[in-house]
Design a binder for this molecule. Sequence first.
Ligand code: ZN
Ligand code: ZN
Length: 376
Amino acid sequence: MPIQSPDNPLIIARPEGLYCPAGDFYIDPWRPVARAIITHAHSDHARVGHGHYLATQAGEQVLRHRLGDIALQTLRYGEAVSHNGVRISLHPAGHVLGSAQVRIEVAGEVWVASGDYKVEPDPTCAAFEPVRCDTFITESTFGLPIYRWQHSDALFAEINQWWRANAAQGRVSVLFCYAFGKAQRILRGVDASIGPILTHGAVAPLNDAYRASGVALPATRRVAELAARGENKAAYAGALVLAPPSAAGSTWMRRFGDYSDAFASGWMLLRGARRRRGVERGFVMSDHADWPGLLWAIEQTGAQQVYVTHGQTGVLTRWLGEHGIAAHTFHTQYGDEDEGVGQQQDEATQAAAAPMDDAADSAHRAEQGPEEGAAP
Ligand SMILES: [Zn+2]
Ligand SMILES: [Zn+2]
């Protein structure tokens, strides 16, 4: 391994976004730039207005759906291109369809920018692939020891049980979830034999983009389609309805008559988050790595230097520093829009200040605080 030169980092933070000086390109920039590599199509990472885009072939359909007519060059996972002497390749991040870690190499030095990622299996996208590197750039959305996800088999058993019980009573099951990634993972994971599956207009086109990309999903119908036919409330009985968080409490909900509602997000681990959502059930489900997942991923890279971009940056950099890894923060404009809420991070940070074995209780107390901001 070459000696790293702190004066010559492969990636730096600029007002426009994360920048590679040697290659003269950006990764997930938040301001318009000439050349951008996009890790995935969530709106805090993929924005309109760049001159040239480089992204994965697997994510092309969803990226074009979101950004429209863009100058897009795609790479297969693992395929490399050279730009201004920088070797660039994209590797699965396991977050959503097409999501990638960006590996860049100059004169034998390797940096990996991972965007958003999760390490548990997800049948709607390629599995996270650990990539050896000198410097790893990581998120930390759920970077607190209290965040540990249960196995997805157990999660979907819970969701199926809730849906089945509602269907047996002729009730509609409305599940709020982020429209891109989360909704498709739920579709793929639920037992479609329980009843019909209906989708909000924000979810349906993403399902179509997934299907066009070769991801098999159970049959769905749009709520608007039934409404246009003048179907009465009985037509919805027993159905599972997937809708974005913004539909909660809206007039759109009135058509369902008797329904049970639930919200799927990593933040549902915090009781107060569910209470504020005003839903009956919270399913703890995230497309981000939990605390053990973050530590495992970082360890797998073998990186001696780590930059943390968003989420619990302070907690994770401190932990890494205590474990012999040079850790720093990049100030970015990435958020957790794909989890549907944001305020919980501050509350959870307060919890982190408490002794660890008491952290979960403190998180619950901290949630008594102010109302969260509007959903995206
Ligand atoms: Zn994301
Ligand atoms: Zn993100």
